[in-house]
Design a binder for this molecule. Sequence first.
Ligand SMILES: [Zn+2]
Length: 278
Amino acid sequence: MSGLWDVVYMLETSPEIFVKADPESKDYVAVDGEADALLHCQDRSWPVHINVVCGRSPHLDNLFAGGIVREARICGDAELMRIAIDHIYSGGLDADFFNNEDEAYVNCVKLWDLARTLCINTMMAECLKQLVKLLQKKVVSYQHLYCNVVDVPAQYMAGLKAGVQLAYEKDIKPMKEFFVNFVEDTHFWVIEEDQFKEILAAVPKFAEDFDAKIPTLIREGDYRPYSTPISCVVCSRTALDQDNHWAMLTGDDGDTAGTCYRCWQQLDPDDSSDDDYE
Ligand SMILES: [Zn+2]
């Protein structure tokens, strides 16, 4: 199993800074006291509290010049900025932004990039968590597709392709690693997939990155290309029932043995977490 299934990036957070967001409004979050500054992005503006936004973002702190400047303009996409402001006040990320899988991967990358610009570590960490959730689901669904020969939706790799392309274009190291982890956790079965080959053609560096992992995996006995186990060595059942999948593949010469994710969690509790798998 790769880093996709470990608890990821526990960054320092300061929850006391977060104040409750106003659920009635997507543009303005209410806190005690009047807003004392304006943030602009494209054609939208938000009243904000200097002490809140500057405390959360060193970049905004610079723009507001210690409270003397009262308006600041951020370059980029206004909807992303709206989500960033919401995060500054609430500590969360708008879940609706990640519902559509065709767009969710690229949204993760774009939001992470904005969080980097604004220097908000907690928002970067939230974006990584969202990406890991998406990729974990993709691992499970892909393993089921590969082993059960389920009909594949025509566009099922389109969203992933857009996300991989943008993460490599922007050279976002943790996200690149998670995309490589995804390939590893499909046990490389996904490499033979036509739509996945399109991703490799578009981002050759991505293929190089997971190719580089293969020698290590072979040494550790985790690499069993194109061979699928029949039943789990621990529970003797298939791993391909609902929300389960093959966590580990082992075995010598010919037969591949597998451990399902549920059993793997129990065998190695220090190396897994219920919290990062839903
Ligand atoms: Zn099992």
